[in-house]
Design a protein. Structure first.
Length: 60
């Protein structure tokens, strides 16, 4: 079994900054395996209960 990847807060902030510069509504996922995924909003993978709550309470 390999070593688990670790990210610093700065690493995550950089990934989010790049994602937001391309599309301000993009989704940034960080997996337990150490993968950072930057996806357009329309490609959300697994909606969590929190995502569902935000979708139901969207003010726009």
């Amino acid at each position: 079994m390999g070593r688990r990847a670790t990210f610093t807060e700065a690493d995550i902030r950089r990934a989010m900054k790049v994602a937001r510069s391309i599309d301000e509504r993009s989704v940034v996922e960080v997996t337990a395996e150490g993968t950072i995924r930057i996806l357009p909003e329309a490609v959300r993978t697994n909606s969590s209960a929190v995502d569902k709550w935000f979708e139901d309470h969207d003010a726009s």
